[in-house]
Design a protein around this ligand. Structure first.
Ligand SMILES: C[S@@+](CC[C@H](N)C(=O)[O-])C[C@H]1O[C@@H](n2cnc3c(N)ncnc32)[C@H](O)[C@@H]1O
Length: 273
């Protein structure tokens, strides 16, 4: 009996949601892989690009009552690869940004499974592009700091972060998983010495038809408690032009109405009974 040749695991970035923001390599791997293990945040439009023969499994932590553990995801990748299948482990954005990539690579290495990482467009980049701003600007921002608002067990909570050291002048701060209560960031950053006038943008469902952009300031951020998920928060002078651009596209009155619609949605009021 001939021995089964093991398959390979590709850890692929799906980008923020728009299929046109996939890399050509990601697209061709999706077409030919035997198994796709995708996260919950990967858009339906991208999942639908998988080849007709592929086995597609949502291993997202938010899918259904019983969540799949990281250890189970690792086991699935390894067992499919060892049974000769090529696996695409598809993650939103870039797999190396808050995507548990390191843990998965360690598991694959320990099992002697061959892998390749295929980068994707991380949300921060797509959000800045959508707002029409640059994350760095030699006139106002020479540093980019990326943080997660949600920390894994064992990692220092945000409350203990020394913001004054992290976000000095000339910095753009990007917060992934900022949560719905943005007042916390606003308070901590102002306590660390950042001015209330510093521009901020909250952008949800970046690059999809449901994208919502809110341009505001650090001082006004606490009023933006109701954003759709997933969302990302950008803070810094480099984001300043976003306010003009978002308001130019959306008259202020409509902008406020939009915020009220979002607030009602979060309160569970069905807009279309
Ligand atoms: C687990 S992290 C994954 C980040 C991803 N690897 C990346 O590079 O964008 C999930 C967070 O990414 C952000 N995110 C992912 N997709 C997004 C989207 N289309 N719009 C806004 N935020 C998004 C949100 O902050 C979300 O809570």
């Amino acid at each position: 009996m001939s021995e089964v040749l093991p398959g390979k695991v590709y850890l692929v970035g799906a980008g923020p949601g728009d299929p046109e923001l996939l890399t050509v390599k990601a697209h061709s791997l999706l077409r030919r892989a035997d198994v796709i293990l995708h996260d919950d945040l990967v858009s339906e439009a991208i999942v639908s690009l998988t080849g007709p023969h592929a086995r597609v499994i949502n291993v997202g932590k938010r899918c259904g009552a019983k969540s799949i553990t990281q250890a189970e995801i690792n086991r699935l990748m390894i067992s499919f690869a060892l049974s000769g299948m090529d696996v695409v482990r598809l993650k939103s954005g870039d797999p190396g940004i808050f995507g548990r990539l390191a843990e998965e690579l360690d598991a694959l290495s320990s099992a002697n499974v061959t892998f390749e990482v295929v980068p994707g467009i991380t949300t921060a980049l797509a959000a800045a592009a959508s707002l029409g701003v640059a994350l760095t600007d030699r006139r106002s921002s020479s540093k980019l700091v990326i943080v997660s608002g949600h920390h894994a067990n064992g990692i220092e909570p945000l409350e203990k972060t020394d913001w004054s050291a992290l976000v000095a002048d000339h910095t753009t701060l990007v917060v992934y998983m900022p949560g719905r209560d943005l007042s916390n960031f606003s308070r901590q950053l102002m306590e660390a010495g950042l001015a209330a006038e510093i521009p901020c943008a909250v952008i949800s469902r970046v690059s999809t038809a449901e994208e919502v952009r809110i341009a505001t300031s650090l001082g006004e951020l606490s009023g933006v408690a109701t954003t759709e998920t997933p969302s990302i928060l950008l803070i810094g002078q480099a984001v300043g032009r976003a306010r003009e651009r978002v308001l130019a596209e959306t008259p202020v009155r409509d902008f406020e109405a939009q915020a009220q619609v979002l607030a009602r949605r979060f309160a569970g009021v069905d807009e279309n009974p």
